[in-house]
Design a protein around this ligand. Structure first.
Ligand code: BDR
Ligand code: CA
Length: 313
């Protein structure tokens, strides 16, 4: 089967970085048309640099990186240096990347790449705030039929929020953009905290990356060891949740996941629930389902896949 065309929209972030590496390690399965960066975990100048560092590290210098929006649509940017460190990628060696930044704005790239594609062709994989994706949808609604599906990391239902009691980081940071995306009408698959909190970076899973004996395996082990210290303290779990790579793993091995089609709405009212994902799990509103909400993941299978693919780089 031909590799599936995808565009990854991200705000690296160590877990975004591992998602990028997983996709970059899988050219037979995934045809990465471009990587778009957005402000989120750290400001845009760092997220686009970090995306380029991962492309360089993977050796896949054919993959282009575009910088997008520097802040959310309506609100001020909220960042997450407490989790990711000042660089966004603490634990990873940082230098000026040799991979260039494309001149085109990420939203313009999204519009042009999608318009040039056949219907149902391109899968969007957003793993940061949804500003770039919403902007592209607003700029050019004719891109809608070109989107095969949107497989995103964001939101929370059973687990509660990680940024406010009600809201997960990606949806909270640009709730208005998330509202645009969840109303867009194309198929959406959601990898929320409900499932990423099952994907824990336990010591033995981190050791497996280092045991690969490769440069990339060592860097993944080091980055995730920095990254998980925050959440281990916060949640008292044996490892930190590895959020963003679950999206790419879902595309590579959907059998590792189970979920249910439900109606999901974004709370955009100012107040304590801003950015909450309202999941109608029991169909009480009788609103049509707009998303596949993933509920469970085979965590050992997920880490086996991830470790094997990282070992290919
Ligand atoms: C999400 O927020 C970010 O900090 C992570 O990169 C992930 O995309 C988890 O809430
Ligand atoms: Ca992210």
């Amino acid at each position: 089967m031909a590799a599936r065309p995808i565009i990854i929209d991200c705000d690296p972030g160590q877990d975004d970085a591992v998602a990028l590496l997983l996709a970059l390690a899988s050219p037979a399965d995934l045809d990465i048309r471009g990587i778009t960066a957005v402000a989120g975990n750290v400001p845009l100048a760092l997220t686009e640099r970090n995306a380029r560092l991962m492309v360089e590290l993977s050796g896949r210098k054919d993959v282009r990186v575009f910088a997008g929006c520097s802040r959310p649509m309506l609100r001020k940017l909220v960042t997450a240096e407490a989790v990711h460190g000042q660089t966004g990628l603490d634990g990873c060696p940082i230098h000026a990347p040799t991979v260039p930044l494309e001149r085109q704005h990420a939203a313009t790239f999204l519009v042009e790449e999608l318009l040039a594609a056949p219907d149902d062709a391109i899968t969007l994989v957003p793993v940061g705030p949804l500003t770039n994706i919403a902007l592209a949808l607003i700029m050019e609604p004719r891109i809608l039929p070109k989107i095969r599906e949107i497989v995103l990391m964001g939101g929370a239902f059973r687990e509660g929020g990680n940024t406010t009691p009600a809201a997960e980081f990606n949806i909270y940071v640009d709730s208005h953009a998330a509202d645009v995306v969840f109303r867009c009408g194309r198929p959406i698959t959601v990898l929320s905290l409900d499932v990423t909190h099952q994907a824990l970076t336990t010591p033995s899973r981190l050791a497996a990356f280092r045991k690969l004996g490769t440069k990339v395996g060592g860097i993944v082990g080091d980055m995730l060891a920095f990254y998980d210290r925050h959440d281990i303290a916060k949640y008292g779990m044996p490892g930190g949740p590895l959020h963003d790579p679950t999206t790419i793993a879902f595309l590579l091995a959907p059998d590792l996941f189970t979920g249910k089609r439900v109606s999901v709405e974004i709370d955009i009212a100012d107040g304590p629930s801003l950015g909450a994902t309202r999941v109608d799990w029991w169909g009480v509103t009788q609103k049509p389902a707009n998303a596949l909400w993933i509920e469970r993941l085979n965590a050992d299978g997920f880490y086996a896949l991830l470790t094997e693919r990282i070992g290919r780089l």
